[in-house]
Design a protein around this ligand. Structure first.
Ligand SMILES: Cc1cc2nc3c(=O)[nH]c(=O)nc-3n(C[C@H](O)[C@H](O)[C@H](O)COP(=O)(O)OP(=O)(O)OC[C@H]3O[C@@H](n4cnc5c(N)ncnc54)[C@H](O)[C@@H]3O)c2cc1C
Length: 305
């Protein structure tokens, strides 16, 4: 029996683990991919206090090393269910393991939203990517589309040009939603073109992606646009399919948590990008992790009393 199991080793989960371990709680952190969450796939982070400009990989490594130096137990596992036994919780994994804990902290984050256009699955990893850091180098001296107009899309478009990739930003809206400074930086970059007010309706090619069909959202006219790749940054959806039966999510699937990071179920806490919130950033995920850990410690103390 663990005191607390933390699901997801993103910045939220790793911070929670640091705090619970330091509070002498028997802590286990379980992760289905590699530690770091979204940070691992982020080229550069410039807004996490105290570290200046840092690669996402480096910050992930630093946070994970911190958890390991404190002795946090780390397990690989894809969690597919939580059973609330009231006095304790069971965490079930895809490969049939069951772990028990007095409390659970869910920090499972989000995954990229898909486009919903024809042939999307066929060209997954054959031209369609959700990660510029992972796949950008394959497109050196080539031309790609970056789909989306928010901060992630424009930041990643700028990053791709640093690898000599020519980018056309395609956005369904007539404007870009990214911060003004970021947009200005992109507009001054002569390796970036813009096609605003367009959506992708189909991915085309034989073995690998060769073009997309673009539809003008005002006139409905379509055109075939040749491209070597498409990087998709059109938002996120929460990783909560494994807890749908618990009744702690909102209509969009985000977990409802209060200021103490408590969900509607005693002993089950949620943190970071997976919860209903205004600002999804590393610094807000780490803050949530610390708050949840503090309240888990109080919860367990009360449970034992
Ligand atoms: C392209 C991009 C760039 C960004 N750039 C910045 C930036 O510069 N600065 C900034 O502050 N923020 C940035 N962000 C946002 C930031 O990365 C997130 O807010 C932050 O990573 C959220 O942390 P988290 O711990 O809540 O979740 P995540 O980082 O998403 O981690 C969740 C972890 O849970 C794991 N997991 C999910 N489901 C399960 C399961 N069933 N079982 C086991 N493990 C599971 C996942 O594999 C993942 O490792 C960026 C985001 C994106 C998409």
């Amino acid at each position: 029996m663990y005191d607390v199991i933390i699901i997801g080793a993103g910045p939220g989960g790793m911070t929670a683990a640091i705090y619970t371990q330091r509070a002498n709680l028997k802590t286990m952190m379980i992760e289905k991919s590699s530690p770091g969450g979204y940070m691992v796939d982020t080229f550069e982070i410039e807004n996490y206090p105290g570290v200046g400009k840092v690669t996402g990989f480096e910050l992930s490594e630093k946070m994970f090393t911190h958890t390991q130096e404190l002795g946090v137990e780390y397990q690989y596992g894809d969690v597919n269910g939580i059973v609330d036994k009231e006095t304790h919780k069971e965490v079930h994994t895809q490969d049939g393991k069951v772990f028990k804990a007095k409390a659970v902290i869910i920090g499972s984050g989000t995954k990229p939203r898909k486009v919903g256009a024809a042939n999307e699955d066929k060209f997954q990893s054959k031209g369609i990517s959700f990660c510029a850091v992972c796949d950008g180098a394959f497109f050196k001296n080539k031309e790609v589309i970056v789909l989306g107009g928010g901060n992630s899309a424009i930041d990643e478009a700028i990053y791709l040009t640093s690898m000599n990739v020519k980018v056309t930003v395609v956005n369904i809206l007539d404007s870009l939603q990214a911060h003004k400074g970021t947009v200005e930086k992109a507009q001054k970059n002569d390796m970036i073109d813009f096609k605003l007010g367009y959506e992708v309706t189909s991915f085309n090619g034989s073995d690998k992606l060769e073009s997309v069909t673009l539809k003008n959202v005002h006139s409905d006219e379509t055109e075939e646009f040749k491209t070597d790749g498409v990087f998709v940054f059109i938002g996120q959806i929460p990783n909560t399919s494994f807890i749908q039966d618990l009744g702690i999510t909102n209509q969009q699937g985000y977990i409802k948590a209060n200021a103490l990071m408590e969900t509607g179920l005693p002993g089950i806490y949620a943190i970071g990008d997976v919860i209903e919130k205004e600002l999804r950033q590393i610094v807000t995920a780490t803050a949530d992790g610390a708050i949840a850990a503090q309240n888990v410690a109080k919860y367990i103390e009360n449970l034992e009393n």
